[in-house]
Design a binder for this molecule. Structure first.
Ligand SMILES: [Zn+2]
Length: 303
């Protein structure tokens, strides 16, 4: 999405022209996280021997499973770590979005500073690094709900409690199967809390099971066992019951269906058979505008 003049590198953009030729002489492609709208054209890096993707180890695991990008093409950067390049230093801040998501702070040898937020949710990991983020010459900021005052939602912690209460209410789990809508990555705080609280692994599509196995650590919370009782699938399938075989469709109709999404604010009145919660991995309207105030940058580009 963004070409940083300072770093002379691409951020969440993998341009490819004439099929395989990279459109840049840059060897580094900075990837904040692996949601599909940030990885378009990512395979083009394979056509250049020197091209490297700079990302977290969790993002590298997603790239390996979903895009068959070998680990050797990824230069790993950890949260709160800095990497030195020829004429700039890049710092990684936990973006508090999906697992492994990063915000990048780029500082040149001439003391120019740029901040690229990627997708993020304002919270402790970012507030802890505020000094590093503040006073940039240019801030590129995720503005998903930034001009929509209606999109103010509670903290993820509060919504996790609400969702768990609904799941465990009389007649629901374990009597009813629970289906939760989520992309292949994201909403991990919610899904891990559910898995830990109920001591079950969550039934998920094959690729999702593989991704979190690859990430490892405490994140191996998904299973291919369909009898789990707690299941996760795409929003399209859970909300609209599209793309399902007959048996699975019947299962979903008789289940408790939950969709955690920031867009719940407008969807909640549209579908009464789905329980919407405004659980978002993005900043609310207030949070993003508060972040912009705190960041106090000279120039801002909303993305
Ligand atoms: Zn995202």
């Amino acid at each position: 999405m963004v070409f940083s003049k300072l770093a002379n590198s691409y951020f969440d953009e993998f341009p490819f022209r004439q099929r395989k030729k990279l459109a840049t002489s840059s060897d580094y492609f900075f990837l904040s996280h692996a949601h599909s709208d940030h990885t378009t054209g990512i395979k083009s890096v394979l056509s250049s021997q020197d091209a490297m993707i700079v990302c977290s180890k969790e993002t590298a695991a997603v790239l390996k499973v979903l895009h068959r990008i070998p680990k050797e093409k990824c230069l790993l950067i950890d949260t709160n770590q800095s990497l030195d390049f020829d004429d700039f230093v890049i710092h990684a801040v936990d973006a508090n979005h999906c697992l492994g998501s990063l915000m990048f702070v780029i500082e040149s040898s001439e003391n120019r500073k740029e901040v690229y937020t990627g997708d993020f949710r304002l919270g402790k990991p970012i507030l802890d690094e505020l000094e590093l983020i503040q006073g940039a010459d240019h801030l590129w900021v995720d503005y998903t709900y930034g001009d929509m005052p209606r999109y103010n939602f509670p903290s993820r912690k509060d919504l996790i409690s609400e969702i768990l209460s609904l799941m465990l209410a009389d007649g629901n789990y374990p009597h009813k199967e629970i289906w939760i809508a989520a992309y292949q990555i994201g909403k991990e705080k919610l899904l891990k809390t559910i898995s830990d609280a109920l001591k079950v692994k969550i039934f998920a599509p094959e690729k999702k099971v593989q991704i979190y196995k690859e990430i490892g650590g405490g994140w191996d919370i998904f299973t291919d066992n369909p009898d789990s009782g707690i299941c996760v699938e795409s929003r399209r399938r859970v909300e609209n019951l599209t793309g399902l075989d007959q048996r699975t469709e019947a299962r979903l109709i008789n289940s408790l269906r939950i969709s955690p999404t920031g867009w719940a604010v407008e969807l909640v009145s549209k579908r009464l058979d789905v329980h919407y919660f405004p659980y978002s991995d993005h900043c609310s309207f207030n949070e993003v505008n508060q972040f912009i105030e705190l960041a106090n940058a000279q120039e801002i580009t909303k993305i």
